[in-house]
Design a protein around this ligand. Structure first.
Ligand code: SF4
Ligand code: SF4
Length: 579
């Protein structure tokens, strides 16, 4: 039974939430971002069986330049159509392939027997064309990604859904623009070096197949990107950053809301990250249920943060929110989100929670709410996160660079930690950690230094030394995969020690000097390793000491040792006949 004190406290929390929401609403909008344009003149390909495709093509043909591709059986037969004259081209084929996006689709197929009175786009087996729009009525959609490209509709077999898709298509003629949702900084990317793949987190998580590897880098096709931002959440280096809005803007909102809430006397605030589409709708429905009686009110300590897509807000902003005084972060996932986003968010939350618990912050801070209905959301309100926050709220601003933003948040959380630790061990896949070098196996060949994209591993100008700055390491594993001696392993952890920001020596040796000229040219380990591997090689078996010489002296030694010098007699050119 609630007491007058409970009621007063609830009222105070409600007032504090109103203050937080008003402060958020008073913030200026985010900076505009550049746009991505599409141009559609209405060239539409309707793909399917005759019974489905022909009526819809006929319906659309007054508004759009329609072509039909009838899907043939394996033997090339097209069932269910007689060959009257149509007002649009009708092709038949199988093994259909589609790439592209609104205004720039490419379709190709193996041509079946042409229908009477129609000619395939090309002679021979292969046929195809370019289209602005695709209406795919195949029983199984040809494009299977969770979020297909704009301009592609695969409504399935239900007539109502097919009609709805056709009506939407009819309006897709003209120029369209959407924001470019991301920034990519190639120099920070840990995708690959020397044909060895390190990080592919963004490629793996993308639900639109907009991201592909391109040598050492990745490439994001902005026309396919739908702005979910999951790639920026899983990117360990910050090479991919969300732009709509950017992290500083989202950080400003968090700081403003949490500060206004605390100033107005609110306590234990939880940031509820939700999407502008389905997430907002579920919250409105849950509020309506509460107003109509029989359901609890939305907890006043929940501060909603509406974003374009919930997967775009990641660990940098979650930890910043805790540093600003939040008791927790709840991310509202609905049936819109791709399964891989939910897995990625769960993994990132586990890392954030491990850090917070490792520093002695009690309770659970991060929670992914997976709900499909307002009733389920009401139930989820009963188990909101409730974790300890730092004794003093942070004052930093969230930086645009993800690693810097994380540094600020982590430093504040460590400084005010209930149980400060120098190190917290993290799960495999965490974006922080050390590398462990087996000094007996390491020859100081420095292959790992050349492979490290983050300048975490370095050599030294003055001595054969392998040095390491832990703060820079994103645990991409390129050094581990590149090392020819298998001398490196990863140790995921977060270190708050001062040494994490400094270059420490992981392995070192005395320089090995050429036995002929005395010039330093390698290390003792490297020479021993070469002697073990190459002394039986034909080029050195007669004189293994050559392996102890620098490159210049090795050549001189070979040329001066007459017994091993091969002389090729040069022949004078043959006389040319007189003109
Ligand atoms: S470092 Fe970031 S941008 Fe590069 S491959 Fe990994 S996730 Fe993608
Ligand atoms: S030290 Fe190794 S794991 Fe760390 S960033 Fe460099 S290459 Fe990647």
């Amino acid at each position: 039974m609630s007491t007058p004190l409970d009621a007063a406290s609830m009222q105070l929390q409600n007032l504090a939430r109103t203050a937080a929401l008003l402060a958020d609403g008073a913030l200026p909008p985010p900076d505009p971002v550049s746009g991505v344009t599409y141009a559609s003149s209405g060239r539409t390909l309707v793909i399917g069986r005759a019974a489905d495709a022909m009526p819809l093509a006929a319906l659309l043909s007054p508004q759009l330049a329609v072509s039909v591709l009838l899907v043939a059986d394996a033997d090339g037969a097209v069932a269910g159509i007689s060959p009257p004259a149509y007002g649009f081209p009708v092709h038949a084929g199988r093994d259909v392939r589609i790439t592209g996006w609104l205004g720039a689709f490419k379709a190709s197929w193996q041509s079946a027997d042409a229908l009477a009175g129609n000619t395939p786009a090309h002679d021979g087996g292969g046929a195809g064309g370019t289209f602005d729009l695709i209406l795919d009525l195949s029983p199984t959609p040809l494009l299977t990604q969770h979020q297909p490209p704009q301009g592609y509709f695969a409504p399935g077999g239900a007539p109502a859904a097919q009609i709805d898709a056709a009506l939407q298509l009819a309006h897709m003629v003209g120029e369209f623009e959407k924001p470019k949702y991301f920034h990519y900084k190639e120099r920070l990317c840990a995708h690959s070096r020397n044909h060895i793949t390190g990080c592919s987190a963004c490629i793996d998580v993308c639900s639109t197949r907009a991201i592909t590897g391109a040598g050492d880098r990745i490439r994001v096709e902005p026309h396919l990107c739908m702005g979910c931002g999951a790639c920026t959440t899983v990117c360990p280096s910050g090479a991919l950053a969300y732009a709509w809005p950017d992290a500083p803007h989202a950080g400003r909102r968090l700081k403003t809301m949490l500060s206004a809430f605390a100033t107005a006397g609110g306590s234990e605030p939880v940031i509820l990250v939700h999407s502008a589409g389905r997430g907002s709708m579920l919250l409105r429905e849950a509020a309506h249920l509460a107003r109509s009686g029989g359901h609890p009110e939305i907890p006043a300590r929940l501060l909603p943060l509406e974003v374009h897509h919930t997967a775009s807000v990641g660990m940098d902003l979650w930890l910043a929110a805790i540093a600003y005084g939040a008791s927790g972060i709840a991310v509202l996932a609905t049936d819109e989100e791709a399964p891989q986003y939910l897995e990625a968010l769960e993994r990132q939350m586990a890392i954030a929670q491990t850090i917070l618990s490792g520093l002695g912050y009690g309770g659970m801070h991060c929670r992914l709410l997976q709900v499909a209905t307002a009733q389920e959301l009401q139930a989820a309100f009963q188990c909101m996160p409730l974790g300890e926050s730092p004794a003093r709220a942070a004052s930093f601003h969230v930086a645009a660079d993800k690693r810097n933003a994380l540094d600020f948040a982590l430093e504040h959380l460590h400084r005010h930690a209930p149980v400060p630790q120098e190190q917290v061990a993290l799960p495999v896949g965490a974006p922080f950690g050390a590398v462990v070098v087996d000094t007996a196996a390491c020859t100081l060949c420095m292959s790992c230094v050349g492979a490290c994209p983050e300048s975490a591993l370095m050599d030294s100008q003055n001595a054969p030394q392998l040095r390491f700055v832990e703060k820079n390491c994103v645990q991409c594993g390129l050094c581990e995969k590149t090392c020819p001696e298998q001398a490196i392993s990863l140790a995921p952890r977060i270190s708050f020690a001062a040494t994490a920001k400094a270059a420490i020596v992981l392995n070192e040796s005395q320089p090995f000097c050429c036995i002929r000229c005395g010039k330093p040219f390698g290390t003792l380990q490297m020479i021993n390793s070469m002697l073990a591997k190459l002394s039986e090689h034909g080029a050195f078996s007669g004189n293994p000491d050559r392996l102890k010489m620098c490159g210049d002296c090795r050549v001189i030694d070979m040329m001066t040792n007459q017994a091993q010098t091969r002389v090729i007699e040069l022949q004078p050119p043959a006389p040319q006949p007189a003109p």
